[in-house]
Structures are given as C-alpha cells and as structure tokens.
Design a protein around this ligand. Structure first.
Ligand code: PEP
Ligand code: MG
Length: 315
C-alpha cells in the first residue's frame, strides 16, 4: 500500500551532489499538460501530437493544429516543450496518414517515414508548430519519431529549419539510430530515447504482446548497452540526451539512465515524485557504477539485482 502513496515533486530534479537532471512530463494534449504543470514538471519532454488527432479521418488544417499546439505550450510558459511530429502508424494508426494494408505495421511506414509519401503532412505540421511557438513565445524543440538513418535526420532537420524552428532533434527508437548516434549528433541539437520502441526493435518483440513483456524490458542488457552508446555520443558532442520512454519513469532505473548519459528524463506526471526521490539519494559516481554493473549483467534480472546491490551500498 505504501508504494501507491504519491510523492510530491518540488520542481527541481537533481542528484544528491547537486548535479541537475531535468524531470519532464509526457503529454498527449492540453488536459495532460495541465496535469503535468500541477505536478511541477520542469517542462514537457514528449508531446505526442498524434494523440490530438486520433479520431480524424481528414488531415487537420494548419490553423487547427496551431490551436491544438498553442493550448499545450500555454501550460508551460518559458519552459522547454519538446514536440514530437506525428508518430502515426503501428500501435497508433491515424486514418488520414496510414495505409490500411500493411502486413508488418511496426516495420512499416510509421512516424517520420510517412513524409516519404505525404511530405505535405510534415510541412503543415512544422508550419503550425512554428506559428504556435511564435504566438506563445515558447521554447519549442521539435523531434521526429522512428528515425533509422542519418539521411532521414538530415532531411527532417532541413524541413524544420526551413519552417523557422531552431532546436531540432530526433528520437532514438531503432538500434540503427543508437549505433549511429555520433553521426546523428553532427546534425541534430538533441536526441530523446524512445525506450519502448528501442526495446521492441532491439529484442524483436512486439511491444503490444504482454506475453513478451520479459523481452520488452528496458533492463535487458542489450537495450542498456545501446542506450550507453547514445549517452557516450551525447557526452562527446556536448549535447542533451533525454529519455522519454516508460523507462524514464522507473525510479529503480533512473540512476542507471543518468549513469549511461541521460541528461533529462520525461515521464507520466505521477512518476515525477518517485523518480526525483530516487535521484536525490545518489551521486554521479553512484550512477556511473550502477550503469556499469547493469551493462555488464547477462540478464535483465541480474541487472536489477546488481544495480540494487550497488545503490544499497551507498545508503
Ligand atoms: C517510445 O517508443 O519509447 C516512445 C516514447 O514513443 P511511443 O511510446 O509514443 O512510441
Ligand atoms: Mg516510440
């Protein structure tokens, strides 16, 4: 019962030694953004824009989109808001964006890949986002989902810059992107790890199949090692590495992610307090040791045990 008690977040994420780790919220629209602001999230680390348009059969106009984005930005004045362009397809099909007849939708034309067939959808969205950012004087950062190549990142960044958006990033959700993180950082200002999809694609296990939950686990050492590649590339480039998959809201995993190089964690607002509490109990050195034992473990279960042992020693 004690585990269900909410822990209040005071609005500043940091380690015991004062090292800052921004704790941000995942939202799908204005009602979520209000909840996130009430929970003292430091900003928004993932605005899943496709959630605004799930019931649409026709594409939303630029004006409609601008209004939807302004409503979210207005909840976080002067704060960072990371907006993800439409991640339609696979588990979140949008009738106006996705073909109905894909045999393997998780491996199909989803996320940024939709721009191959429908470049106007991406252009309209970026135009609406730039208009919303301007109208709200907001600190908008834009990122693309489901990137697998440097060329995709380059084309996305060019489109975003052409629309007038300055801070451009990508999600790291494919092993290909994780392995090429250093090259991707030559193009983008930041990355955000989508650990739900990164686990799905690394472990080749459908994230919707609960029977495969043991494979779809961010504690899997193979997944952690890929996250570590990205963190190392971020450190070398001096650029931010966020985590916005469910892993970011796991208080036991948070020190590991920071040790692997995460500079911010984004999560469902109700997880903010527990993650803040877990981070406030550890130092940077603790995080580095936790990351090292987790990556050197042979199994997810061993990683959990090893990290638990390392962090208990510090108390
Ligand atoms: C992820 O894949 O981890 C992620 C944050 O994106 P989504 O869950 O919306 O696919
Ligand atoms: Mg994803």
């Amino acid at each position: 019962a004690a585990a269900a008690e909410p822990v209040v977040f005071d609005g500043t994420g940091s380690l015991r030694d004062g090292h800052r780790v921004a704790l941000l919220a995942n939202v799908g629209g204005a009602p979520d953004a209000a909840v996130a602001a009430a929970a003292h999230a430091e900003g928004i680390g993932l605005f899943r824009t496709e959630f605004c348009f799930l019931d649409r059969t026709d594409a939303p106009s630029v004006d409609e989109q601008t209004a939807a984005y302004r409503a979210v930005l207005a909840a976080f004045p002067g704060r960072k808001v990371v907006v993800r362009t439409l991640d339609a397809g696979s588990d979140k099909p949008l009738p106006f964006a996705n073909a109905e007849d894909e045999e393997n939708p998780a491996l199909g034309v989803r996320g940024l890949r939709i721009a191959r067939r429908r470049p106007e959808l991406l252009r309209d969205q970026l135009k609406a986002l730039a208009a919303a950012a301007e109208a709200e004087s907001a600190l908008v950062e834009v990122m693309a989902p489901m990137v697998a190549t440097v060329d995709e990142a380059r084309e996305f960044a060019a489109e975003a810059h052409a629309a007038g958006l300055e801070r451009v990033g990508i999600m790291i959700e494919t092993p290909a992107a994780a392995l090429l993180a250093a090259q991707l950082f030559e193009i983008v200002d930041f990355v955000s790890l989508g650990t739900n999809d990164l686990a799905q694609y690394t472990m080749a296990a459908d994230r919707l199949l609960s029977d495969l939950g043991d494979l779809n686990d961010p504690w899997q050492p193979a997944v952690l090692r890929l996250i570590g590649e990205v963190g190392a590339a971020g450190r070398a480039a001096g650029k931010p590495v966020g985590v916005c998959g469910e892993a970011g809201g796991d208080p036991a995993l948070a020190p590991v992610l920071v040790g692997l190089g995460a500079t911010s964690l984004s999560m469902t607002p109700r997880s903010l307090g527990r993650v803040a509490e877990a981070l406030a109990a550890v130092s940077e050195e603790d995080c580095r040791r936790a990351a090292e034992v987790a990556c050197n473990a042979s199994t997810a279960a061993d990683a959990r045990v090893a990290v638990g042992a390392v962090l208990r020693e510090t108390h």
